[in-house]
Design a protein around this ligand. Structure first.
Ligand code: SAM
Length: 205
């Protein structure tokens, strides 16, 4: 079955996420700066990298390899075009993480921001066990109202995501990581203009 993310134009996703009342793209970028600088990482894998938001904070002096994984090849093409300064460091992998047989390379830090929502906890466990990172940093969205997509003129581009969306909860994610021997290292929270919250949870093995 085709993943619904393959049909969402990157411009719709980014225009929605960066609109004034949503302000999620800008917030994620700031939070990614903190994720990347929380330790000295030589390799980083970003799951659901979309158009490469946050890659501007990669320190090439320190990081040898950044893997950007996404199911949408056109998003990955845009990442490579936008971040040509990461040539030789950034490697894109077009794959559907829901695919049981998927094999991914090792990375010291695994980043999953607003991604577990679209693959669910057990698939995420499988991906983590496949990559075997020392550190995992996740950002999940905690909703204050019913809808998981905030209001904007682009809202209806995301209707197709209803069927693959999983509601995230802090305790459930912590338990899911504990089951595969990762303990919680740090939790940080940011409130967005529309009352939703982003929770960043860092884990270590
Ligand atoms: C909500 S966006 C998060 C984007 C990004 N982390 C950011 O900072 O804006 C979810 C991303 O995950 C990708 N994605 C969703 N399901 C996926 C799957 N099963 N396999 C691989 N990528 C997936 C989508 O294509 C999209 O780029």
């Amino acid at each position: 079955m085709k993943n619904p993310w393959e049909d969402i134009p990157l411009s719709d996703y980014e225009s929605h996420m960066s609109s004034e009342n949503v302000f999620q793209l800008q917030t994620l970028s700031q939070m990614m700066k903190e994720q990347f600088s929380s330790d000295k990482f030589e390799s980083i894998m970003i799951l659901g990298i979309a158009g490469g938001n946050g890659l501007e904070h990669i320190n090439k002096e320190q990081v040898n390899k950044v893997y950007g994984v996404d199911v949408n090849q056109s998003y990955l093409d845009e990442c490579v075009k936008r971040y040509s300064e990461l040539n030789g460091v950034l490697e894109t992998i077009c794959a559907d993480l829901l695919d049981d047989g998927l094999q991914l390379p090792y990375s010291q830090l695994l980043v999953a921001n607003l991604l577990i929502e679209y693959i669910g906890y057990s698939c995420f466990q499988r991906v983590v066990m496949n990559v075997k990172p020392k550190y995992v940093s996740c950002i999940i969205q905690i909703n204050s109202e019913n809808s998981f997509v905030s209001d904007s003129p682009y809202l209806h581009s995301f209707d197709c995501l209803e069927k693959v969306h999983h509601q995230m909860e802090e305790e459930a994610l912590i338990n899911c990581m504990r089951e595969i021997d990762y303990r919680t290292k740090e939790i940080k929270e940011r409130t967005l203009p529309n009352g939703k919250r982003f929770l960043r949870i860092d884990f270590v093995q």
